[in-house]
Design a protein around this ligand. Structure first.
Ligand SMILES: [Fe+2]
Length: 487
């Protein structure tokens, strides 16, 4: 890693040189010049939703079916020279276009290879799972366990392997050179549960901490893989039911689970197309245990029922464990995802007494999710967080732009891509050594033009807009989680 001073100088020089946003540099034909927004000057087009089609099968949620390879992509602005690697994003892309829930499509990776200020190629590839190969929808292949899952949620890089996770079964491995599916990765036959979509890599050790949840006992199992990728620990966590546990968190010394009242209820699938639902009687609690186990030492504290897909980060402040989460008041209780607000909330659990105590505080009123921190600070106190902010819409989930929260200044700075554009999760790629020195990469879709770009933002100045926009050769549907794999 370069020194901070060097990094700042080079980043400043780069930003001066690349400042097409507002600098009035000549644009390639077909591009609209403007203040960092691909939409500048555009008239807002209403985002219409056909009530006869599920929202997750229309607009830019609609899947694409062909697998494309395109080289030498058109770039507007300047791609930072320091970026040498692969940006890849996973998502749900049903090959049959008749799936019953946004989360239940076949996994598809969209990848862009970047080097020397150029975008060398774009590829999109399906996850070649047995379900995909047999043309089956998610629940038609039996229980979605082991390799029998669509691997459509996230991408992870650990111990030299590019993996995807569908959270309900084993991960799949891919070749980062061409995004072809290598196959199921079961840690040499040692993994015996599902693999979360959100493992945590401890920046101090390179160990990957993760868990799997089950539809039956064991409901929750904690795992650790060492920096070489060997599975060195698998221990059952005493849980009280089969909940949909989408993520968890670590600090330098703790593992934190949240057991929330969205339960596996297989009978729901026939009526709703989705096998999880809210339970008024289950309660909700946070569990804290030592990093690395043993799971028998977990302690729980009850909290008000709510739901959380994603945490920003967690860290210790003395006896307090602080977890920043995107919190919903409820989930899967008959509503649609766009009906409920995801609001940044700080959970604080005091571990000093015989029993844990809990308090919480709303940090922002802006609806936002897909939180992201500088992963060099995973489990450590972080000053900055990045999010995708959401416009309220009665009939669909309307992603808008990117926001950066500064916890110290208590400010929220926003990149607004314009009324017709929508950004996904922003993945942070570090460059210097200070927290926040680096770039954000995300796909942005413009529905007026039906085009997608991979955009690159200065992570410390998101409001300025992209420093580079890479035109995709095709529309990239909305998806879930991305990843940068450095060359
Ligand atoms: Fe997620």
């Amino acid at each position: 890693m370069r020194s901070t001073q060097q990094s700042r100088l080079s980043r400043r020089a780069f930003l001066r040189a690349s400042a097409f946003a507002g600098a009035g540099l000549a644009m390639p034909t077909g591009w609209i010049a403007g203040c960092g927004s691909d939409d500048s000057g555009e008239i807002a087009i209403p985002l219409e939703v056909d009530p006869n089609t599920p929202w997750f099968l229309q607009n830019n949620y609609q899947p694409v079916h062909d697998e494309v390879t395109e080289t030498d992509l058109v770039v507007r602005g300047n791609i930072p020279r320091s970026l040498d690697g692969l940006y890849v994003r996973n998502g749900s892309n049903p090959q049959n276009s008749d799936n019953t829930h946004w989360f239940l499509g076949d996994g598809m990776l969209h990848g862009v290879r970047i080097r020397d200020g150029q975008a060398l190629w774009y590829r999109n590839r399906y996850a070649r799972t047995p379900l995909f190969n047999d043309g089956l929808n998610s629940m038609d292949g039996g229980a979605p366990i082991r390799g029998n899952n669509q691997s459509n949620v996230s991408a992870i890089y650990h111990a030299g392997r590019l993996l995807t996770s569908g959270e309900v079964g084993f991960p799949y491995e891919y070749d980062p050179e061409d995004l072809s599916t290598v196959g199921v990765h079961d840690f040499g036959g040692n993994l015996n549960t599902a693999f979360t979509a959100h493992p945590k890599i401890d920046p101090a050790t390179g160990f990957m901490h993760f868990f799997g949840y089950g539809f039956g006992p064991p409901f929750l199992t904690y795992h650790v893989a060492d920096a070489s990728g060997e599975l060195i620990l698998s221990q059952e966590v005493p849980a009280r039911g089969a909940t949909m546990m989408h993520s968890f968190a670590i600090t330098e010394t703790d593992v934190i689970f949240w057991e929330l009242p969205v339960l596996f209820k297989g009978e729901l699938f026939a009526s709703t197309g989705w096998p999880f639902g809210w339970d008024d009687d289950f309660g909700a609690r946070i569990g804290i245990m030592p990093l690395g186990g043993p799971t028998s030492e977990i302690r729980w504290v009850e909290i008000e029922p709510c739901y959380v897909f994603h945490e920003l980060n967690a860290f210790r402040e003395g006896d307090d464990v602080v977890i920043d989460v995107c919190r919903f008041d409820r989930m899967m209780d008959g509503e649609e995802l766009g009906d409920i607000d995801s609001l940044l909330t700080r959970w604080r659990v005091n571990t000093g007494g015989d029993a844990l105590s809990f308090s919480d505080q709303r940090l922002e009123d802006q609806i936002m999710d897909f939180p992201f921190h500088d992963r060099r600070f995973t489990g450590r106190a972080n000053r900055y967080g990045w999010f995708t902010w959401v416009r309220r819409h009665p009939d669909t989930l309307d992603f808008a732009g990117i926001a950066m929260r500064d916890h110290q200044a208590q400010t929220l700075e926003r990149y607004d891509p314009g009324p017709n554009s929508h950004c996904g999760e922003a993945f942070f790629v570090p460059e210097g050594s200070d927290e926040g020195d680096g770039w954000l990469l995300t796909f942005r879709y413009n529905r007026a033009r039906n085009t997608s770009d991979l955009i690159i933002l200065d992570a410390m100045n998101v409001a300025r807009g992209p420093v580079a926009e890479i035109r995709m050769p095709r529309r990239v549907p909305f998806g879930f989680h991305g990843l940068w794999v450095a060359a």
